[in-house]
Write a protein that binds this ligand. Sequence first.
Ligand code: DQQ
Length: 574
Amino acid sequence: MLSWQRTAFHFQPQKNWMNDPNGPVFYKGWYHLFYQYNPNGAIWGDIVWGHAVSKDLIHWYHLPLAMVADQWYDIMGVWTGSATILSDGKLMMLYTGSTNESVQVQNLAYPADPSDPLLIKWVKYPGNPVLVPPPGIGAKDFRDPTTAWLTSEGKWRIAIGSRINRTGITFVYDTKDFINYELLRGVLHGVPNTGMWECVDFYPVSTTGEHGLDTSHNGPGVKHVVKASMDDDRHDYYAIGTYHEKNVTWVPDNPEIDVGIGIRYDYGLFYASKTFYDQNKKRRVLWGWIGESDSEIADVKKGWASLQGIPRTVALDTKTGSNLLQWPVEEVDSLRLTSKEFEKIELKPGSVMPLDVGSATQLDIVAEFELDKAALEKTAESNVEFSCSSSEGSAERGALGPFGLLVLADDSLSEQTPVYFYIAKGKDGSLKTYFCTDQSRSSEANDVNKSKYGSFVPVLEGEKFSMRVLVDHSIVEGFAQGGRTTITSRVYPTKAIYGAARVFLFNNATGASVTSSLKAWQMNSAFIRPYPDDDDERHSGTEPTHEVRGSKTKYLGNLLTSSLLFLNARNNFL
Ligand code: DQQ
């Protein structure tokens, strides 16, 4: 059971604990992911920087640790940081060190050999730390520098999360050389009663298209996103607004949904996230740390804890203008194997229907739902005050929902993880749609989290209800309406595992039939393994496609081996 929980196409270190993504960057043909890592166990502690590289954000090579805790200014931990690519292509890495006295300071590191596309060796600037907490700020309240962006004067600007009493804030500094910094007056932004802001992210989004923008991009057709990870409730909140470079401030479009009090990237487990601009594909990519929600004892038994969510492209939703769209990077589609399609399945009120999708522990499902129009119109007011987390979950029976998918379910449905929509109707006839995941029956184990997750999702005139769900053993990621609302859950079934896992459609509405069309793909496993010791291969991989790498045959050989392994594994499951 515990071995089944390990994922097959999500990034995980080979063993031990991982948390925040750090310094993601595309450099000389490789995507780099650094991450908070405990080399000594499956719980948080002894934090250093793990490192892996990929050509496509899906298949990864593990590399040696990038930075370890070996200096007085980071001896208690090499904490979170961000990469900046300078105009001449140089790379700067700023990170938080926890000093020998547990003071949070900011340090500078850079590649020992900038011509090495794998960036294996890092040098810590001998004059570190480059920043210490400003006067009056707690020694433990000053961390996680952002990627720097250029000001119109040509200086680099960074933000760092902090707090003053209960107000979460972001300090802003200008620098010309990443060594000397000027603390700017005021703060970029702050929100009362939100507590410490960790892992602040600040980036532009286009108001006219879905392409990503370089972090320094500014001007017409641009809005700026501020994201902060709330240490108080361990959720990532973002808000969209306007950046005023001269005043060094950012103002949210809607103060009622400001950072920390409004919308979240994800309504499940998703924390300490960070974006980077992928100049290779002109998109902004979001990484997020997905923790465990089982017991620490189980994590220690498994020998690992946490994974990274599937990297997502992130862009402004130009249709609503008020939220971002997050979607699995397109490379995920390359893992799709065989598929099964189901057309216009009618689900009467109170029905559950099994779907024969084959093995059901590694899936990519795209589903659409339509509600019976007559029922929608004749239903009077229905559950206007609905909330996913405080409702009865998928067992709640409203006039217009819930309806959706049951994944990681066993035949008897004693275990199931419903991912679903729920529609509330106001007195004035207005509809409000919620996207939820209910973990309450996800496992018969009693030492795992069973809460219900979810939130409101905008559904525009003429749109069907649509969701995409990625299932990879113990992780279920749901994206509603093209990624307007997302939910990531970690679930630990005891029976619905290996060949016993199934998928169902369900409609628990009392007053409406639902028609669903969907496609479900079996997902291949990704290669996530140590970088080969082979010198030729090490120096050949500077192109962003597998095919042009030095050992094409080896890659194809690996592909074949992996497919055989996959088939083997599938046969075992069946
Ligand atoms: N994780 C790091 C900190 C950061 C926190 C330490 C967020 O730098 O604030 O592992 O998860």
